[in-house]
Design a protein around this ligand. Structure first.
Ligand code: ACO
Length: 322
């Protein structure tokens, strides 16, 4: 049997850091409020010249170096992003060119905060069916560009960053199961109300900003993690103890704790990095994964579970042996 196995991981956070204390100077908020409600201490933001593709490229190059593979080895590129460089071409095509990969399929997946797990699901299907041997799955976001820095209800929550994995076809177990879902019923609870064919005047005026009903999103996120938990525990024949590390989408510490509780997992088996980079949407799971591999917590052979939830609403999970 052929599995898609993680051969390399990389990530990148922009150099510029905006702390909660920095936000205190520009809006009616406090470090204490932000930490208590979200667990976030700081976020990284891009500066002029940095783009979703430029930071995604660095994460991809690091993942390829980690895997010991070059551009000639890559035969699929999937980028999970809600903040692409351009309407077209896709951010995946822009990164493909910069990497020097030629001819492989390259496309973006737009599933908001679930973009990386959606991309992983797709790349896994390509690999197990023989459509690709080595796939690059990238999550990259520049949410600061669609953040209303005058809205304390959303501005404190988001950040920029990128993470990537290289998946290779292997006889050894890698990805064991993935599930992805969506329910478009909740469009207005978390959205950017203007884009290209809707609200273009607002977009042109530089007012294409994230809008969110925080309380309602919080409740849906926690309820959805309950569904993810049930589906995943069924995959494990009811044995959540088989999971060494749970790596949820890094939205908010309270959501992460609620999700772990639903799964029956103690927090010492949960990777949480949201304090360091806030909610980076599609980049958050590979960022957390990279950090935990680099600091030695996650080791080869460990069983990992990813779970994501985002605008749409979209959600999904992946179970894999690292
Ligand atoms: N600083 C200080 N006060 C604030 C801030 C802020 N940054 N933001 C809101 N407040 C105030 C509100 O105005 C309100 O004041 P009031 O009582 O005088 O009206 C008070 O704090 C309480 O506001 P709530 O919205 O009820 O606060 P809540 O406890 O729900 O926390 C939060 C808000 C953190 C946004 C929470 O609802 C949440 O985490 N929601 C999930 C949002 C999320 O993570 N979205 C990310 C995208 S989805 C995903 O990735 C999973």
């Amino acid at each position: 049997m052929t599995y898609a196995r993680i051969a390399g991981i990389g990530s990148f956070l922009p150099e510029k850091v905006v702390s909660n204390k920095d936000l205190e100077k520009t809006m009616d908020t406090s470090d204490e409020w932000i930490r208590e409600r979200t667990g976030i201490k700081r976020r990284h933001v891009v500066v002029d010249g940095e783009t979703t593709s430029s930071i995604g490229l660095i994460a991809a190059q690091r993942a390829m170096a980690d895997a010991g593979l070059g551009p000639e080895d890559i035969d699929l590129i999937v980028v999970g992003t809600a903040t692409p460089d351009k309407v077209f071409p896709s951010t995946a095509c822009i990164i493909q060119r910069q990497l020097g990969v030629r001819g492989s399929p390259a496309f973006d997946v737009h599933a908001a905060c679930s973009g990386f797990v959606y991309g992983l699901d797709l790349a896994n299907r390509y690999i197990v069916t023989g459509g690709a041997k080595t796939a690059l799955v990238i999550g990259s976001e520049t949410l600061s560009r669609i953040t209303n820095w005058e809205d304390r209800g959303t501005a404190v929550l988001f950040g920029d960053g990128a993470g990537a994995v290289v998946l290779t076809a292997s006889e050894e177990p890698g990805i064991l199961a993935t599930h992805i879902h969506a329910d478009g019923e909740y469009e207005e609870l978390l959205h950017v109300p203007s884009g290209v064919s809707v609200g273009y005047d607002e977009t042109r005026a530089g007012r294409a900003f994230i809008e969110m009903n925080g309380n309602a999103v919080f409740k849906r996120a926690v309820a959805t993690f309950d569904n993810i938990a049930r589906e995943t525990i069924a995959d494990l024949d009811g044995h959540i103890d088989n999971v060494d590390w749970f790596i949820p989408h890094q939205a908010n510490m309270r959501i992460i704790k609620a999700a772990a509780k639903k799964l029956g997992l103690p927090m010492d088996r949960v990777i949480a990095t949201v304090d360091e980079h806030a909610n980076t949407s599609g980049a958050s799971i590979p960022l957390a994964l990279d950090q935990a591999v680099r600091d030695g917590r996650i080791k080869r052979g460990d069983m990992l579970m990813f779970a994501a939830f985002g605008a749409g609403f979209t959600w999904g999970s992946a179970m894999l042996k690292y």
